[in-house]
Design a protein around this ligand. Structure first.
Ligand SMILES: [Zn+2]
Length: 82
């Protein structure tokens, strides 16, 4: 991708970078590059391995807010049943 990774800060496990003069969440910038358009307001980026600082493209998944919520609910239920 050739994106210069300039880490601005890390907050609650999320990496923030400077991108085009703005401080942004790195996973959102990477996801937007993957899908080739800006994220819509109803979209969120999921970290497949649940490590918030792992922003490799293969670890990121663009979901709608409701899909994302459902995914985490299912994961939590599965964990609770174990
Ligand atoms: Zn998630």
């Amino acid at each position: 991708m050739g994106m210069a990774r300039r880490v601005a800060s890390v907050h609650e496990g999320y990496v923030f970078i400077w991108h085009e003069g703005e401080r942004r969440r790195e996973h959102q910038v990477v996801a937007e590059a993957m899908i080739g358009r800006p994220l819509r307001p109803d979209e969120e980026v999921h970290h497949v391995n649940e490590i918030r600082s792992d922003n490799a493209p293969e670890n990121l998944q663009v979901l709608t807010k409701s899909e994302h919520m459902r995914l985490h609910m299912t994961k939590r239920l599965r964990k609770a049943r174990r």
